[in-house]
Design a protein around this ligand. Structure first.
Ligand code: NDP
Ligand code: GDR
Length: 374
């Protein structure tokens, strides 16, 4: 059997990096699209980078952008992929309120550009297409838990753009018989999660506090409820979805829901800190109740280490998401393997290790890049 070829947009992101690893393990030739940036932006995939001068190179990067249709067409023509995973996006919900037009262009029209390139190149019968759809489509939730048939009610420019991408994917499937499908993925996290998403902001922020690098973590809506899974489990499903006889859309979730506050408590506990929350809304604070281990060198009972800052509130919030992935479990035999407490522990300890290195550099008088410190 010839090795398959995959093209991944968003290969430098959290999911793209795990998916590239998975496909390489499966023997694929993997091509990724990365954006040009003034500084290197490949740290999540540096460990699988292959020098272009090596023989039988199986991992290759191409400069590109989802806003540039001719570039996408050229890359698809050159690569002739069997599978395309469209993971690239302006993926931050809060940022989409600040950059709504750009978000629509990348997340909505970017998907159309890929599908249209496939069609114009005459590849509709040979290419399988995965679209990274999202639980944000449900927005103002109308049914709990959410399944493939729950009505959508997007609540942000990001979600509205992703709604267009969801439907244009189905439209190309129905109009041109393409193998194209949507994974409606609920929040998934990992040590590679972007630093400004709430889980990583919490694990990183608390690790800094535990080592005395920062006094306080500022958060937005503490009552928000999410269904958090592990990114590794979710990229496995992305691949499985393209290996079926018939293209279909699937919800991917754990079926468990917790608040942002609970995530903070569990993360603190991993660091030996027991937190007590007082007040509500903008006045809520997290106070150290007791502390043991390494964190006790920098913290004492009574210290306020979590505060709410309204600047992190969103113009319209998605208060509660809880997915039902029965269809994926039944038809694909997909089951999440990493539980939430295990994931919290993995993320906290990865950030603690990174922050210990920062603390060591500082202690010996070396300058620490702001990106590491803040
Ligand atoms: P990340 O934000 O970690 O990665 C996004 C990727 O898209 C990065 O590689 C980024 O490049 C790239 N990108 C951004 N803008 C463009 C552009 N204009 N052209 C080309 N590439 C671009 O997201 P995740 O890995 O977490 O998510 C992957 C996909 O899944 C996204 O589409 C996201 O919206 C969706 N999703 C994610 C969920 C989650 O919980 N993680 C849940 C449901 C859906 P760069 O590195 O240069 O910034
Ligand atoms: P989300 O993830 O918006 O669900 O989108 P995020 O982690 O940003 O927010 C989750 C919830 O936490 C609340 N929150 C905060 N969020 C951030 N970022 N920063 C804070 O300080 C903070 N305090 C509270 C938010 O209000 C929200 O309710 C993610 C992205 O990966 C999307 O691309 C993806 O489609 C969805 O998950 C499913």
């Amino acid at each position: 059997m010839m090795a398959k070829t995959a093209l991944i947009t968003g290969v430098t992101g959290q999911d793209g990096s795990y998916l590239a690893e998975l496909l390489l393990e499966k023997g694929y030739e993997v091509h990724g699209i990365k954006r040009r940036s003034s500084l290197l932006n490949t740290n999540r995939i540096d460990h699988i980078y292959q020098d272009p001068h090596t023989e039988n190179q199986r991992f290759q990067l191409h400069y590109g952008d989802l806003t540039d249709g001719t570039n996408l067409t050229r890359i698809i023509q050159d690569v002739q992929p069997d599978e395309i995973y469209n993971l690239g996006a302006q993926s931050h919900v809060a940022v989409s309120f600040e950059e709504p037009e750009y978000t629509a262009d990348v997340d909505g029209l970017g998907t159309l550009r890929l599908l249209e390139s496939i069609r114009l190149l005459g590849l509709t019968e040979s290419v399988r297409f995965y679209q990274a759809s999202t639980s944000e489509l449900y927005g103002l939730v109308q049914q709990i838990p959410q399944t493939e048939s729950t009505p959508f009610y997007p609540r942000s420019p990001y979600a509205v753009a992703k709604l267009y991408a969801y439907w244009i994917t189905i439209n190309y499937r129905e109009s041109y018989g393409m193998y194209a499908c949507n994974g409606i993925l609920f929040n998934h996290e990992s040590p590679r999660r972007g630093e400004t998403f709430v889980t990583r902001k919490i694990t990183r922020g608390l690790a800094q506090i535990a080592l005395g690098l920062d006094p306080c973590l500022y958060l937005g809506n503490m009552d928000s409820l999410r269904d958090w899974g592990h990114a590794k489990d979710y990229v496995r499903l992305q691949w499985m979805m393209l290996q079926q006889d018939v293209p279909q859309d699937f919800v991917i979730a754990t079926g468990e829901q917790y608040s942002v506050r609970q995530f903070v408590e569990w993360s603190a506990a991993e660091l030996g800190i027991t937190l007590r929350f007082e007040g509500s809304g903008v006045n809520e604070i997290g106070i150290v109740d007791s502390v043991e281990g390494e964190a006790a060198e920098c913290l004492s009972p009574g210290d306020v280490i979590v505060r709410v800052d309204p600047r992190y509130f969103r113009p319209a919030e998605v208060d509660s998401l809880l997915g039902d992935s029965t269809k994926a479990q039944f038809l694909l035999d997909w089951h999440p393997q990493v539980g939430i407490r295990e994931m919290v522990s993995e993320m906290v300890h990865a950030d603690l290790d990174a922050m210990r290195r920062v603390a060591l550099l500082k202690k010996h008088g070396y300058a620490v890049p702001v990106a590491l410190e803040s």
